[in-house]
Design a protein around this ligand. Structure first.
Ligand code: NAD
Length: 283
């Protein structure tokens, strides 16, 4: 069992992929990031994250030193064959995820562990077409990755105990805490977080209280670091809606997306990233 994978491949250099690449590189791993969109923007996201970490005194070396261990590529065939861990962080679309995982498995060696950062999709279904589903699991990082303490480790029925133990060790080496959750819709975090979020939206629809009051109620009354509407703004209303739709089809009516959520997404009010969601944000 190794404390840290020597070589990590991250697929998707967006918000999550950049953060995942940053934390593994900062811990000492060599990281390849596969980004089929804007590769320069992906590299910049990692550089910005490292600069922020350095400002906060959280980096043991210079940002450039860490960035020297990161390679951004645009062709899946260029993933290093010596990769020990692949983390997939492309958009939340099952076919796309299955496609990149299947292709990655053919490039990296048979010993590699493959993981998906999906927020809600079935790990069992994503892994079903892989040659080695026993080496596949969910590694659900949180946003923003460098500051978040938790990684939800999601196991499918076939994931071997060795692979789970190895991944838990790697998570701890990153200075994070793991919780192991059996594969089920929404795992533990998305299932509870989305349910709280959509109930808060229903309360807003019903005029029970305004957004600020609902958030303060949970922040001060229950000690949540962030209220459910502010948290929905941060995740993205479009992302929350997609997860709610999926949980509605898999777990039932209690996850039915509220009208207000659909309307806000339709009018482009997606939360912090657009400046307007349930609250107004300075960009
Ligand atoms: N944003 C969050 O708060 C959050 C939290 C936890 C998990 N997640 C999950 O993480 C995953 C990624 O989310 P995100 O917010 O980083 O999305 P994002 O849109 O910021 O990033 C996705 C990146 O993948 C790239 N991409 C698309 N197709 C690709 C391909 N075939 N090969 C390589 N790169 C490709 C895109 O160009 C983009 O840069 C999703 O499954 C999401 O559900 C998101």
């Amino acid at each position: 069992m190794t404390r840290l994978p020597t070589t990590v491949s991250v697929i998707g250099g967006g918000r999550m992929g950049a953060g995942i690449a940053q934390v593994f590189a900062a811990a000492g791993a060599g990281v390849s990031v596969l980004e089929t969109g804007d590769t320069a923007a992906a590299r910049q996201r990692i550089a910005d994250g490292l600069a922020k970490a350095a400002d906060r005194g959280k980096l043991a070396e210079s940002p450039d030193g860490v960035l020297g261990r990161v390679t951004v590529i645009d062709d899946i065939a260029a993933l290093p064959p010596a990769t020990e861990l692949v983390v997939e962080a492309v958009p939340e679309q099952p076919d796309l995820k299955i496609d990149v995982l299947t292709q990655a498995e053919q490039v990296v060696g048979d010993h590699a562990v493959l993981a998906s950062n999906t927020s809600s999709l079935s790990i069992t279904e994503l892994g079903a077409v892989l040659r080695h589903p026993a080496r596949f699991l969910g590694m659900h990082f949180f946003n923003p990755v460098p500051a978040s303490k938790l990684v939800e480790v999601v196991t499918a029925a076939g994931t071997t105990a060795d692979v789970v133990d190895q991944v838990r060790t790697w998570v701890r080496t990153l200075g994070k805490t793991d919780v192991v959750v059996r594969d089920s819709p929404g795992f533990a975090t998305s299932r509870l977080g989305v349910l709280l979020g959509i109930e808060a939206i229903r309360m807003l629809e019903e005029g029970v209280a305004d957004a600020d009051a609902i958030d303060k109620a949970m922040e001060l009354g229950y000690g949540h670091p962030m209220g459910p509407l502010r948290s929905t703004d941060l995740v993205g209303l479009d992302v929350r809606l997609a997860i709610a739709e999926y949980l509605y089809t898999t777990l039932g009516d209690r996850f039915a997306p509220p009208r207000l959520l659909r309307d806000k997404v339709a009018s482009g009010h997606l939360g912090r990233k657009t400046g307007q969601g349930f609250h107004t944000w300075n960009q």
